[in-house]
Design a protein around this ligand. Structure first.
Ligand code: DNO
Length: 350
């Protein structure tokens, strides 16, 4: 198991040196953020990112993410060219010894929240998702700035995408994912890279756009598309957490034992009636996810992949990228690694 931390490159307000000071963190999760979606990442830029990280004594362990071009998700004819570029990126990663690639297959929007700084009684702020708020938004008319929102797309492009997706139902999206995986996974295998799909967050359709990586059955279907360790899952507790029907612990045992989980994102959420939730501090008692059981399952399956603390609250007056401040994520990973050490030692002493 390797403990990692997400870092947004030079524009991240958190210096790499600070991350290095968090006990037990040895890996960085990062990406190139200025390459157009669908293009080949310049090898020199990846090398320089890697060098920067290595200069402080850390390593570039995971690329999160190389975004999948919408034409691939839509199954447009131009997808082959973008798939070819994707394959080239995978080969380049493998060549540089970066072995895990986190990606997602969510149409247009990545992770979505309705509030980026919901005030908590203790003065900290959290990311929150309120389904009623989301229902009130008319995405083709309002321009909204939220994380994971289609800031990459201008208004006209967004409209065009929404129109195109109106003809794409879940089954079509599945078959487009299958088309993609059947082409990239053999390349990834050869390159020694493990793709890890990130679940849809929240795990249900939003704005009438289909979302398919939402539950255990979807993960079964995904790994059945191609039976390969390179066809893996980023097991994100906070993304699956709002889905009441998902037994997180059972899924960790199941997909972990099958060696289909190269990467884990850990955070806690508190469900608020129906389809709304707020992100809370990592420890079990603050949310609906039993962190002891999550870590125990990972210890039990002898998890050898990467773990990163996912979103934290903003605490101690910190300002920064929503969900990606230093302090609460550092507290979170210390708590998780303490659980890991305790569980492992008790198990070994029996
Ligand atoms: C949110 C992240 C996601 C993730 C992508 C992977 O905080 O976990 O944005 O990076 O979905 O492609």
């Amino acid at each position: 198991m390797e403990l990692t931390f997400r870092w947004y490159g030079k524009s991240d307000p958190i210096p790499l040196e600070y991350i290095k000071q968090i006990p037990r963190i040895s890996g960085i999760v990062s990406a190139l953020y200025d390459v157009k979606i669908g293009e080949i990442w310049p090898q020199e830029q990846i090398k320089s990112l890697k060098r920067m990280i290595e200069a402080v004594g850390l390593r570039l362990s995971v690329i999160e993410s190389i975004p999948v071009h919408e034409d691939i998700k839509l199954g447009r004819r131009s997808r082959d060219k973008y798939i070819e570029n994707y394959c080239q990126n995978i080969k380049n990663m493998g060549f540089l010894g970066i072995n895990v690639l986190c990606y997602n297959f969510m149409p247009v929007f990545d992770w979505t929240r309705s509030n980026l700084s919901k005030k908590n009684p203790d003065g900290s702020t959290s990311l929150a998702y309120d389904q009623d708020e989301i229902n009130k938004i008319n995405i083709s008319e309002e321009s909204i700035e939220l994380p994971g929102w289609a800031t990459n797309y201008g208004k006209a492009e967004l409209e065009d995408l929404l129109k195109a997706y109106s003809k794409v139902d879940e089954e079509t999206l599945w078959s487009n994912l299958e088309y993609f995986l059947k082409r990239v996974i053999p390349v990834a295998e050869k390159a020694g890279v493990r793709l890890s799909i990130h679940p849809d967050d929240p795990p249900w359709p939003i704005f009438n756009l289909p979302r398919i990586i939402t539950n255990e059955a979807a993960l079964d279907r995904l790994i059945d598309i191609i039976d390969s360790p390179s066809n893996g899952i980023t097991f994100c507790t906070g993304s699956f957490g709002p889905n009441l029907k998902m037994d997180l612990i059972k899924s960790i045992y199941k997909f972990g034992s099958l060696d289909r989980i190269p990467f884990v994102h850990i955070r806690n959420i508190k469900r608020i009636n129906g389809q709304s939730f707020i992100e809370v501090a990592h420890p079990t008692e603050f949310g609906d996810i039993d962190m002891f059981k999550v870590i125990k399952a990972l210890v039990d399956i002898d998890f050898k992949g990467m773990i990163r603390p996912d979103h934290g609250r903003m605490i101690w007056g910190e300002r920064g990228k929503p969900g990606y401040g230093l302090y609460d994520r550092a507290l979170g990973i210390m708590y998780l690694s303490g659980l890991w050490e305790g569980i492992k030692k008790i198990r070994n002493s029996k």
